[in-house]
Design a protein around this ligand. Structure first.
Ligand code: PLP
Length: 367
């Protein structure tokens, strides 16, 4: 049968489009956006200066291979720049990896509350997303390995994961890798690696360096505070880097992102300030929410997942509306199969205090 109008490829219409965190509240002038895990400290002043300088030469194409940025990343992490690819956010790289390695009928595994970009990228290629259950809101290596079939081509794992904030130790990451057939590409998304303070955690640099089927993705959107510029990078085996370089847009990273990214990655002091702020407030928020009698999943990232009871008047949806009226924007995570939870990014001192006060009021525990 001939279609009467153009039809997208199989899988595309099965995608639920990604809904970003809200940035405004109806009728409220001053809002605190704690819905997208952005840094409350903003970018390095050096990155802002580098960004501004680019404004004088907007007529020039950027360097299509982002060489200076890859060199800078390579220096900071001790990596071969030839094995780095930059992208317009790590979203760009996750989609490019899916496009390069998945086709109709293939399968790609992610976990129940895994980052939503994974199923979106998978479906867009005509492949099937396969969901591995989590335990205590944490990825389970056994459950992932159980779902490997002859059709499996990729495994996506955010470590730590968004929106749960949980991680698996590096031993477990290695056990997962050891259990995968060599033709399955293991994508380790380490968007929040900089925030993790655990001795048993590693982002995966060493694993990539010593394997032919592991890629690590990183972002400038979180600790570096450059979400608006859309910038991420991946580190992978030479043959994967080659494949991605063939299909990426020739100028997929813009000039402002390259300039600001170099300044940001080199500003270790600014990153340390952001990390310190996060460590301090993450702990405080975790304790305060516990005192309110709400469950909160232990997080190693820059956000927490808060669980609400289902009784009337105290639900996550009710809390969200209550906070929204006060200009406090958290993230509803129903699309992540967490209808009874809200995700709160660690904010400024002012924002964190306001949320705790408002939550206490919402629960009738005014202090
Ligand atoms: C925020 C986030 C990213 C970063 O996405 P960008 O496209 O680089 O802004 C990647 N992975 C996870 C799990 C995230 O939460």
């Amino acid at each position: 049968m001939t279609a009467t109008r153009p039809q997208p490829r199989p899988g595309v219409l099965a995608i639920d489009a990604y809904v970003p965190g809200r940035s405004s509240a109806p009728g409220i002038d001053k809002v605190f956006k704690l819905s997208s895990n952005e840094t409350p400290l903003g970018p390095s002043p050096k990155a802002i200066a580098a960004y501004n300088a680019i404004g004088r030469h907007l007529e020039d194409y950027p360097d299509g291979s982002a060489s200076d940025l890859r060199d800078a990343i390579g220096r900071v992490f001790g990596l071969d720049p030839a094995r780095i690819v930059c992208g317009a956010g790590s979203d760009d790289l996750l989609n490019l990896l899916a496009r390069a390695y998945l086709a109709d009928g293939d399968e790609a595994i992610h976990t129940t509350h895994g980052f939503l970009v994974y199923p979106i990228a998978t479906l867009g290629t005509g492949a099937t997303p396969v969901v591995a259950p989590e335990k205590d809101f944490t990825a389970s290596v056994d459950e992932i390995l159980k779902r490997v079939t002859p059709k499996t081509r990729m495994v996506f794992l955010a470590n730590p994961n968004n929106p749960t904030g949980t991680y698996i130790p590096f031993d477990e990451v290695k056990r997962l890798h050891n259990g995968l057939p060599p033709h399955v590409l293991f994508v380790l998304d380490a968007a929040y690696a900089e925030y993790v303070r655990r001795n048993d955690y590693e982002a995966g640099l060493e694993l990539v360096a010593t394997s032919e089927n592991v890629v690590m993705t990183r972002t400038f959107s979180k600790i570096h505070g450059l979400a608006a510029l859309r910038l991420g990078w991946m580190y992978g085996p030479a043959h994967v880097v080659d494949a991605v370089n063939r299909i990426r847009g020739p100028f997929n990273v813009n000039g402002a992102a390259i300039a600001a990214g170099i300044a940001a990655i080199e500003d270790a002091a600014h990153q340390e300030r952001s990390r310190e702020h996060n460590t301090e407030w993450l702990e405080w928020i975790f304790e305060e929410i516990g005192k309110l009698g709400l469950k909160v999943t232990p997080s190693v990232a820059n956000f927490v997942l808060i669980h609400f009871p289902q009784d009337k008047g105290r639900t996550a949806a009710g809390a969200n509306a209550f906070l929204m009226k006060r200009g406090l924007i958290l993230r509803q995570v129903t699309a992540y199969k967490l209808p009874n939870a809200l995700r709160m990014s660690v904010g400024t001192e002012e924002a964190n205090l306001l949320v705790m006060k408002a939550l206490a009021e919402f629960l009738g525990k005014t202090k």
